[in-house]
Design a protein around this ligand. Structure first.
Ligand SMILES: *Cc1c(COP(=O)(O)O)cnc(C)c1O
Length: 498
């Protein structure tokens, strides 16, 4: 056994010991030569002409071993179905199971993406209806359903902004203004789309600094990217003057609508003056996400920008839904076929079930829940933006870091001992030692109270026993990982007997 495996195995054994458990075996360690998970009737062997693979070390196990293996893995995971998941900006709301059933219908799930249009009429009709509902809810002329995630939507929207300016011969517009509170994907998407990024300062109250904005507005600005409510969970009250300033300078407004959970049925980005907007169906519209996908990031635009949307769009003419590729100004395709259809179907089901009244209610409850948790924690935790929040709010433990040496990450780790998924930490970047809490509308008052109780207990621990918090978690299989190493050098192989 090589050194690395030895180190890992002893780590595993140690972790189990601290919890008073036997070390759990890996599936490879259950392997017995010749053991199988199936019995097939005796039949002459069939040759598929595949080359023989020698030396492939696969575990030879029974069906019950396989079942236990996967069940154990699922239990080691933490999802919104296992407990409260207040991951700010990620909107980990409950995903209704009926959405899963609908997306799994074989009429959708087993459809071949190459199926001729005339056999895909049902799906086209649903996608068209989903687009219509998004247009109504957010105030846009058209949406493309192709982008596969929020960041992909941003990239698509920025290409549309570029195409618009170039089409008008406005070739000097190379800059996108991005407030310092923005999600990290915003500047990244700008860079990928070939724009220069100009950072705009936020004011102490969390809003955009209008004077700083004015300073940067000239004929080299292609647009401004804004999240509203922003990543501090605050609604930008000056959005109308901001939109006017940007438009007067010839720029366009891009709405990062990844977190639309506070504004459904209450405020529409198109009415605020945003020309382009992406949504995260996987956040706001209750489809499962985390671990990197799949997602869906539809992009909506005003009538003036509709010609540049990716092709094809789904159109309806002479009683038929069809893929309209006749779009000469389009930026082209950004995803194969129809986009991530499974996610769109789940979101469609959610939209249909909620209706416009339900969406509004969801937002009202999301805002109420966030303000309730904030009000309970405010007595003990420092909340740097104390005004009424939208769907989320931020805490700063900067002072506790100085006084007790306890960081935001330590508190996040300690929450795991209380059975909660930690909130988002160290984002937005403008708040030092930041914890960002988004409870969502799908949690009961009892759940919120239990979470607040845990947070308040941890606050007491910070002051009376900081070491306990700094060495957390104490209840998980593995304690603290070297997170950078885990990302840069993932060691996912098992070398039996190596
Ligand atoms: C999640 C998020 C994004 C990015 O969305 P992905 O689907 O993860 O690419 C962008 N902006 C904000 C504000 C977000 O919360």
């Amino acid at each position: 056994m090589n050194k690395c495996c030895q180190a890992r195995d002893s780590l595993r054994a140690q972790a189990c010991q601290t919890q008073g458990r036997m070390a759990e075996k890996l599936i490879f360690e259950y392997s017995q030569k010749g053991r199988k998970a199936h019995t097939l009737p005796d039949a002459p062997p069939v040759s598929f002409g595949l080359p023989e693979r020698k030396g492939l070390r696969l575990p030879e196990v029974s069906e019950v071993d396989v079942t236990r293996h996967y069940t154990k893995l699922s239990q080691q995971n933490y999802g919104v179905d296992s407990g409260f998941y207040p991951l700010g900006s990620c909107t980990m709301k409950y995903n209704p199971k009926i959405n899963e059933q609908i997306a799994a219908c074989e009429e959708f799930a087993e459809m071949n993406p190459y199926e001729p249009e005339r056999f895909a009429a049902g799906l086209l009709k649903i996608l068209y209806a989903a687009e219509q509902m998004l247009c109504q809810t957010f105030g846009y002329a058209r949406f493309t359903l192709q982008p596969a995630a929020g960041a992909h939507g941003e990239f698509t929207g920025l290409l549309i902004i570029r195409a618009y300016h170039l089409d008008r011969g406005d070739t000097q517009r190379v800059k996108i203004l991005v407030p310092d509170a923005a999600h990290g994907t915003n500047p990244a998407s700008c860079a990928l789309a070939g724009f220069q990024i100009v950072t705009i300062r936020s004011l102490p109250d969390g809003g955009v600094d209008l004077n700083d904005l004015k300073k940067h507005l000239d004929n080299t600005v292609a647009g401004l990217m804004l999240t509203n409510p922003n990543t501090l969970g605050l609604f930008e009250k000056n959005i109308l003057p901001i939109a006017e300033l940007v438009h007067n300078a010839g720029g366009l407004l891009y709405y990062d609508g990844a977190n639309a959970n506070a504004t459904l049925g209450l405020a529409r980005p198109a009415d605020m003056g945003f020309d382009v907007c992406h949504l995260n169906l996987h956040k706001t519209f209750a489809t499962p996400h985390g671990g990197g996908g799949p997602g869906s990031g539809p992009v909506g635009v005003t009538t003036a920008l509709a010609p540049y949307l990716p092709r094809p769009l789904i159109d309806f003419q002479n009683g038929k839904y069809y893929l309209n590729n006749d779009r000469p100004k389009s930026i082209g395709k950004v995803h194969s076929f129809y986009g991530n259809v499974g996610v769109i179907l789940r979101a469609y089901a959610y939209l249909k079930i909620q209706g416009s009244a339900g969406l509004k209610r969801a937002s009202e409850l999301a805002v109420l829940n966030a303000n309730y948790v904030k009000a309970r924690l405010q007595k003990v935790y420092n909340i740097p933006y104390p005004q009424i929040c939208q769907h989320e709010f931020v805490i700063s433990v900067k002072e506790w870091k100085k006084q007790y040496g306890v960081s935001a990450a330590d508190i996040a780790k300690r929450l795991m001992d209380y059975g909660y998924h930690p909130p988002t930490i160290y984002f937005p970047l403008i708040v030092p030692e930041c914890l960002m809490i988004e409870p969502t509308e799908t949690e009961s008052k009892e759940t919120l109270d239990a979470f607040c109780d845990a947070m308040l207990k941890i606050a007491t621990e910070v002051k009376t026993n900081p070491e306990l918090v700094k060495s957390a978690p104490h209840s998980t299989i593995i304690g603290r990982l070297d997170e950078v190493k885990a990302v840069k050098e993932p060691d996912l192989n098992y070398f039996a007997g190596a």
